[in-house]
Design a protein around this ligand. Structure first.
Ligand SMILES: *Cc1c(COP(=O)(O)O)cnc(C)c1O
Length: 821
């Protein structure tokens, strides 16, 4: 859809110098993205940090002849056949041109604004609506004052629906974007704190964003958000509103029920009197909200609820940026294997061409049929071939019948296959060497199989968890119990660092009686992830009682104050007979009721019915050490008396428990009704300090190896002076991953190919160095920080601490990987 330079000149009200005839197809604001010089119009924009005018000479050399400028070049004679359109503000001119372009189209256009979720909502709408109509949408998150006009410029005769994002960071910006997008359907995703600095209040920001929707036919938003609702009514728009709500049945789209389970969320809704439902393969709240916005749009566009449900089920996660990964055989992979439309191909090729770090590498494109376009085959693939040639691609591997049929258009090294399987079976992928490989395919082609094949595996720091070993440990302790003794498994502190959900799930499958966590949020997370076992909260916060009632999380109660607050809250919520666990202090002197308080406690409990004691327990101070045996026996005796006294006050059975891991092992007579297993589950015997079945291995990979001569130092502060010529390896783990800084300077070692490699110098935040002199190893080799051959207990000894601390210190950013052997 080209325009002549004359037309454009008159639309933007420019002063023209030069009179070469030209037809313009492409607009360029970033000189690095140049692709089709003859048909390109370059806008020389001035930003805070840069000035587009600087790039005019270079672009002219590369064949560009058309420029929009605010300042004419001094030596116009150097550009004999160029056209310069001079305006006061090139950015305004760009916006004006896009607005004029938009006016040509009478199709529905969706405008999306809000603080978060814009790109996801846009991409999901595309996934939901794209199969039935030709959609033009913002590429990636082109939502700025420059990105929006560039996006809208992509609309053409084929476009049947536009979907554009608008992001703003200052007052007044929406006014500029509105005429460019001219949305007929408006979505306000939400209002948060992002970009707050340039607005007096979130109210101001909300009102500003709503400017976009002034002339919309319909506005879609979260009706439960009071701020947004009040801003919408203040705006006095005449548009129809589809506010969705989970609370207010009067709203046009009422969300009746949301049910999360392990693999997804089922959402029931009522619209125009009909009750329907759909399911998405996500369980986080943001995804649920995003899907509700999309639902409202789809319903408004009269997509049948059955079609919506079918497509919702297959929503794909949205990759927010191109993913660059290390490939096998020295390759670099650029993964864009979720879609393949023309615009995103252009962006991805541009991204590949710009990567200076890959200079000298061959550029290979693996491309599927382009399924998501209104264009017909021959024209489309001619354009694709032009793009591929001009972006400097060296080799194309095409997959699919359509691209294969167009193979003659590609003039470069080329290979074509009808299916992804044929490509994989051909073996050609194994021959890729030192290339940058852009993998770009429509979802239907399942290019993730290609990425999987080409990707270099395990080059990161991970904590591997062996779930079989966990079950072995559980059974080891179970075998020490009387058959009728119940068990609480401690999964507090993310299951001693192993990651609470998978551990809890495994334990639930083993039918343990109770799980215990420290705080209510940990328990709520387990419930949200689908754990149904009984859960005890060891440190119930007064502010989290609601959460506990909602998710049936049973609190420990250790004081009258806490008990009173809990009863008050339960009565207020109309809760009755809520199970609680009474803690008695028998010598730890941390938390708990004293023996002499039991009569008063019984009395207090009798005078209410909101809560009911399910169990009574105490905690041993030194069950893992012989030297405390007489104290431990005294604790057990005190507990025996206090718990009996409590039981005598009630008719129902109250479970009694005092043993932790070491107690189970060493005091078989003190099992009472239940025991609480902690560290033993994770493989450590606290009495012998031996490892039963190791469940966790912290491992990483060698990034780089240097030969460093004697007397040099390694790392910060010149701490590690080398005594001999050494080979020093850097590994991607530091104190921010939980590698204790005191291990540095030779205070500990890790294992490289089974051999001891001491830490050299100070451990850094994200990386540390190890001495691999004399060890047969190379870059990419595995490094074990702790695991079977180097137990956590050894690290604990070096650091003068307990294994509990080592395990719980592995930070969240270290990926947990679970396996069963
Ligand atoms: C953590 C904890 C346990 C488990 O202790 P281990 O020594 O890990 O077995 C038992 N009871 C209570 C109250 C705890 O907080």
């Amino acid at each position: 859809m080209s325009s002549t330079i004359e037309e454009i000149g008159s639309i933007i009200g420019a002063q023209r110098s030069g009179n070469t005839p030209a037809a313009i197809d492409w607009i360029l604001t970033d000189s690095r993205s140049l692709c089709f010089p003859e048909e390109t119009l370059f806008f020389a924009l001035k930003t805070k940090r840069n000035d587009g005018h600087k790039y005019i000479p270079d672009l002219y050399t590369r064949g560009v002849r058309n420029f929009v400028v605010s300042d004419l070049p001094e030596n116009l004679a150097d550009y004999p056949d160029a056209n310069f359109l001079q305006v006061a503000q090139p950015l305004k001119a760009l916006q004006r041109l896009a607005a004029k372009h938009r006016e040509q189209f009478q199709v529905p256009v969706i405008g999306i604004t809000g603080s978060n979720g814009k790109t996801v909502v846009k991409e999901w709408l595309y996934q939901l609506l794209g199969p039935d109509r030709v959609v033009t949408r913002s590429p990636r998150s082109y939502n700025s004052q420059i990105g929006v006009p560039l996006s809208v410029w992509m609309m053409n005769e084929q476009t049947e629906l536009g979907i554009f994002e608008a992001g703003i960071s200052e007052m007044g910006e929406m006014e500029a974007l509105k005429p460019i997008i001219q949305p007929t359907i408006g979505i306000l995703t939400n209002i948060g704190g992002a970009h707050q600095e340039n607005f007096a209040s979130t109210q101001d920001k909300c009102m500003e964003k709503l400017q976009l929707f002034k002339d919309c036919d319909v506005i879609i938003y979260n009706g439960d958000n009071e701020q947004i609702s009040s801003c919408v009514s203040k705006s006095l728009f005449t548009a129809r509103e589809i506010a969705w709500s989970m609370k207010d049945t009067e709203r046009p789209l009422f969300i009746e029920h949301i049910q999360k389970d392990e693999t997804g969320t089922t959402i029931k809704y009522r619209y125009l009197g009909f009750f329907k439902e759909y399911r998405i393969p996500f369980i986080d709240d943001a995804s649920i909200e995003n899907s509700l916005h999309c639902l409202a749009v789809a319903l408004y566009l009269m997509v049948p609820p059955e079609t919506i449900a079918e497509r919702m089920l297959h929503l794909e996660p949205v990759a927010m940026r191109l993913e660059v990964k290390e490939g096998k055989n020295g390759c670099v992979l650029i993964n864009d294997s979720y879609n393949s439309d023309f615009a995103s191909l252009d962006i991805a090729l541009d991204f590949m061409a710009r990567r200076t770090e890959d200079k000298g590498r061959k550029r290979t494109l693996i491309l599927s049929d382009i399924l998501e376009s209104g264009q017909t085959g021959s024209l489309l693939y001619r354009q694709v071939a032009d793009l591929v040639h001009s972006r400097g691609v060296d080799k194309i591997i095409g997959v699919g019948p359509e691209i294969s049929a167009a193979s003659s258009r590609f003039e470069l090294e080329k290979h074509f296959f009808r299916t992804t399987t044929e490509l994989i079976d051909s073996g050609i992928l194994n021959g890729l060497r030192n290339e940058v490989v852009l993998i770009k395919g429509a979802r239907a082609f399942h290019f993730d199989a290609i990425t999987d094949l080409l990707e270099l595996k395990v080059h990161e720091t991970i904590l591997e968890i062996n779930l079989n070993a966990l079950v072995d440990n559980l059974n080891y302790y179970r075998n020490r119990l009387k058959p009728e003794t119940k068990m609480v498994c401690m999964v507090k502190a993310s299951a001693y660092g192993a990651g609470s959900f998978e551990i809890a799930k495994t334990l639930e499958d083993q039918r343990v009686d109770y799980l215990a966590v420290a705080v209510a949020d940990e328990g709520a997370d387990l419930r949200k992830a689908g754990i149904n076992s009984s859960i005890i909260i060891m440190n119930p916060e007064v502010t989290a009682f609601r959460t506990m009632f909602d998710y049936k999380l049973e609190p420990e109660v250790y004081s009258f104050h806490l008990l009173d607050e809990l009863i008050k809250a339960a009565e207020h919520e109309g809760v009755s007979n809520f199970p609680i666990h009474i803690k008695i202090d028998t010598g730890m002197h941390r938390l708990g009721f004293l023996s002499e308080e039991i009569p008063h406690l019984i009395d207090r409990l009798h005078r209410q019915s909101a809560v009911i004691p399910r169990s009574v327990f105490s905690h041993l101070v030194g069950s893992d050490a012989e030297r405390f045996d007489s104290f431990t026996r005294k604790q057990i005796e005190t507990f025996e008396q206090a718990s009996t006294a409590l039981q005598e006050g009630f008719k129902h059975k109250i479970l009694r428990h005092i043993c932790n891991t070491a107690g189970i092992e060493r005091y078989p007579g003190a099992q009472f009704d239940m025991v609480r297993l902690g560290i033993g589950l994770y493989g450590i015997d606290p009495f012998t300090n031996k490892v039963l079945h190791n469940i966790s291995t912290l491992k990483t990979t060698i990034l780089q190896i240097h030969d460093v001569p004697a007397d040099e130092t390694v790392g910060y502060s010149r701490k590690g002076t080398l005594q001999r010529d050494s080979r020093i390896a850097a590994i991607p783990i530091g104190y921010a991953d939980g590698l204790n800084r005191h291990l540095g300077n030779g205070h500990g070692y890790c294992l490289v190919n089974g051999q001891k490699a001491p830490y050299v110098g100070n451990i850094c935040m994200d990386v540390c160095m190890i001495d691999v002199t004399g060890i047969d190893c190379k870059e990419g080799d595995k490094v074990i920080i702790f695991g079977d051959a180097l137990p956590v207990t050894t690290l604990a000894e070096w650091l003068d601490t307990i294994p509990y601390e080592i395990l719980t210190s592995v930070s969240n950013r270290v990926k947990r990987v679970y396996y069963q052997d």
